[in-house]
Design a protein around this ligand. Structure first.
Ligand code: PLP
Length: 388
């Protein structure tokens, strides 16, 4: 039974407001920054209205009820027994991993990332002043479909030179859900080399085709003791502007060190973010989420099918999670980056692959209506034909 209308996209071209819709001129379709065009589910909006109508927007802290709600969601979704006292509220996930880098990073030992990966992972070296070591995926192409696999030799080699591994699971921009086997192997290599595992699991509930996800810390007690897991309701329930997330840190010594940095930097979560998280993680929006994931799966299939049929020389991933697809234009003779090309010639704003660590590629956000996605693809197809 379809009860939600994901074809409806509220107008976000609001004068005086700077967001993904107003950043570029009016004739540009924005398929770039990672928020979705769908309205936030009603129970969250109702809760926010209630908080506003109460009339005072004072300081608030995460209540025991909220921490228990987060813990019971981990149990309900994955059978992962999280104790509420392990949970540290954070002002978003980018703050969350920067705090970890500040607490545990060292200028002598770097941190590993797996490019192409979320652009903010590449900023830590500048923010904190610790070396970034890359363990890039190996790219495989079958027809026009892209697959990326872990290069284990490279990963093991880099693990000897760092003390932090920043894992993106599921992976942005590649949409990979790592198998339990791959997760266990990465986590074991971290344990063997005394490398702290920081797992950014912000996309963990955006699963397509009813795929399953395993939090890496769930795999064993030893792994949990060596892991900081970062989760948030922001991507799943489309409330990223409320900046509220959670670091789950079973190891008390690590947790104390982490909390000290949060306190030193005075990173207080805004009250409306806490209210939204309580409702989001309570289960009240799970029917919405189920249907939204179906809609996203339909968008992903439409996108891959469209590209394969109408732009067969364009290579594309088939993401298992997230609303992000990764497109490869390195075989085209474009005189500029594909990001600039499509912005100028198609009036479609994508994310430039270079910021993720792979030039000649773009990331496309399909968290929008089928109609907008179709319009954007029509424009991109026309633009490509104009130069071929
Ligand atoms: C992997 C990943 N981590 C973190 C974020 C952003 O987190 P926040 O807005 O909570 O800082 C994003 C947003 O795109 C992301 O894709």
């Amino acid at each position: 039974m379809v009860t939600y209308n994901f074809d409806r996209v509220p107008n976000r071209r609001i004068p005086g407001v700077l967001n993904k819709w107003t950043w570029y001129p009016k004739d540009v379709l924005p398929l770039w920054v990672a928020d979705m065009d769908f309205p936030t589910p009603k129970p969250i909006l109702d809760e926010l209205r209630k908080a506003v109508n109460q009339g005072v927007l004072g300081y608030e802290l995460a209540s025991t009820t909220l921490l228990e709600t987060v813990a019971s969601r981990m149990d309900r979704l994955y059978g992962w027994k999280v104790k509420p006292e392990w949970i540290v509220p954070v002002t978003g996930i980018v703050s969350g991993f920067n705090v970890a880098a500040r607490a545990f990073g060292s200028p002598k030992k770097g941190y590993i990332v797996q490019p192409p990966v979320y652009n903010e992972f590449h900023e830590i070296k500048n923010n904190i002043g610790i070396p970034q070591l890359n363990a890039p995926f190996v790219k495989k192409v079958k027809g026009n479909i892209l697959h990326y696999e872990i290069d284990w030799d490279r990963f093991k080699k880099q693990a000897k030179k760092v003390n932090i591994f920043l894992l993106c699971s599921p992976h942005n921009p590649l949409g990979i859900i790592f198998s339990r086997r791959d997760l266990a192997q990465m986590a074991e290599i971290c344990l063997e080399n005394n490398v702290l595992l920081v797992a950014d699991e912000i996309h963990s509930e955006l699963l397509l085709d009813e795929k399953k996800f395993t939090p890496v810390a769930k795999l064993s007690k030893e792994i949990a003791n060596n892991t900081i897991t970062l989760i948030a309701p922001s991507k799943t329930f489309n409330v990223p502007g409320l900046f509220c997330g959670f670091a789950i840190i079973p190891n008390k010594e690590f947790r104390d060190k982490y909390v000290k940095v949060v306190q030193d930097l005075k990173l207080h979560v805004a009250s409306l973010g806490l209210h939204a998280a309580q409702v989001a993680f309570s289960g009240q929006c799970d029917e919405w989420l189920k249907e939204m994931r179906c809609y996203l799966t339909g968008n992903r299939d439409f996108l891959v099918d469209y590209v394969t049929k109408n732009m067969p020389d364009v290579r594309i991933t088939i993401p298992d999670a997230t609303y992000l697809a990764w497109l490869d234009f390195t075989q085209f003779n474009l005189d500029k980056s594909p990001f600039e090309f499509f912005l100028e010639k198609a009036k479609v704003a994508l994310s430039d692959g270079a910021i993720f660590g792979e030039k000649g590629h773009v990331r496309l956000n399909f968290g929008t209506s089928r109609n907008i996605l179709k319009q954007a693809l029509n424009r991109m197809e026309k633009a490509l034909h104009s130069v071929n």
